[in-house]
Write a protein that binds this ligand. Sequence first.
Ligand SMILES: Cc1cc2nc3c(=O)[nH]c(=O)nc-3n(C[C@H](O)[C@H](O)[C@H](O)COP(=O)(O)OP(=O)(O)OC[C@H]3O[C@@H](n4cnc5c(N)ncnc54)[C@H](O)[C@@H]3O)c2cc1C
Length: 448
Amino acid sequence: MSPVIHWFRQDLRLSDHPALRASCASALSRGLPWLPVFVWDPTQAQATRWVDARMGPHRRLALHQALTHLDRSLRAHGHRLLVLQGEPAQAIGQIVSDTGAAEVWTEHLPAPQEEAADRALSSAASLGGWRWERLEQGGLFAWDDLPFDVQDTPDVFTSFRQAIQRAGLLAREPVAPPPVWPPPMWPRPLDASVCALGVDRWPEALSLASEVVNAEPRASFPITESEWHIGESIAQAHWSRYLSNALPHRYKSTRNGLQGHDFSTKLSPWLAWGAMSARQAQHALQRWETEHGASESSGWITFELLWREHFRLLHAKHGRRLYQPSGLSDLPHPTHDAGAFMRWCAGRTGHALVDAGMRELESTGWLSNRMRQIVASYLIHDLGGDWRAGAAWFESRLIDFDVFSNQGNWAYIAGRGTDPRGGRRFDPDKQAREHDPDGRYRRMWGDS
Ligand SMILES: Cc1cc2nc3c(=O)[nH]c(=O)nc-3n(C[C@H](O)[C@H](O)[C@H](O)COP(=O)(O)OP(=O)(O)OC[C@H]3O[C@@H](n4cnc5c(N)ncnc54)[C@H](O)[C@@H]3O)c2cc1C
């Protein structure tokens, strides 16, 4: 019987997943089986113009953890995640034709590459007579609730935040996992599909990641430790622990820290892989504030989540323009010095603070916001490098890579995004004096 396919893309969880609920409800209402899939694109492990692999080892480990947890959660409901391999639009098209699927549901990711895949699938669906549905989710706010049209999103963050606050806009209540699950496709032999890896088989690039990533005792986000793995229940446990330790009251004064488990929320890797949604994080914080009292400091976490939201909406508004050499600006094309870029990547620029940051990133897949600003500024403003190369390196290395926040922040620092001051240079010597006055961080990640 033709299944309803649910394509998990970035929201790798069961709760607060409107597209998941909708795909299950549709299968149930039509009496059809249901098939959850994920597409691994092998080009993610390949070199690009700028970097050795679009998805480096730490990020692959994070994805492997997220998929393993998702599969385990699905099995509790009688389903198994089928991993497909290939270019996403082609792989989805192929599985539709192999199974005679009636419908494909997924989440909408308003980034250029994903939009292109969606356009191809939308045309294929019209031609093939199957139903293609994608739902907007993953942000704090439903687009319908915004006090402006998405295309009119204010470019300047402060104007955006004020418009949201003036409208008294709140994140909608998160939704529960599907209350009833449709019957599975299994045990039909889907392994026969040309693009399916089959049951219990993961792409080697992912399953081998745990062998090449070493435990790093200095890591601020120690992803190899079980309580830091990327998974839905682990994300919730982490956030509950953060809240029950009353850390939101300290957040504002510690958030510019460089090293440690608690100086910031550390939510970003779980948000990036969709193990937790932004509105789940926000609603849990609001409940905690109602019980324990809100403070300027706890409110600052909401403020930061608004930055995330803003970069997402700016993508929906500006799309590909954010990927042009000049970004949204009229500046000339940036220069690129391959040698300087390689030294920056390897943590061998000669500036101790910058090099410490780049080594931390390479060893752990994570970096504090302050260090991200410092190393990005150094590549752009001190080494005269191309901001897009830096963004590509972060995409490869960060376990919390998020296309919207990464491109948006890099463009911002380069003065090619939406910074009303036209870009920011962070003086690395001044930053070292202010944020690493005793040199502890530099010693910790020093040349070894
Ligand atoms: C050059 C550069 C590249 C970046 N690339 C990414 C990226 O790929 N993925 C990513 O999630 N963040 C990125 N950031 C933003 C920020 O550095 C991280 O979100 C933050 O350090 C994650 O740690 P945390 O969860 O403890 O953050 P907290 O300080 O605890 O903040 C809570 C949440 O607010 C959001 N947030 C905080 N600061 C920002 C910001 N500047 N922009 C957007 N959202 C923010 C994040 O979702 C974060 O998890 C980048 C920043 C810079 C300067």
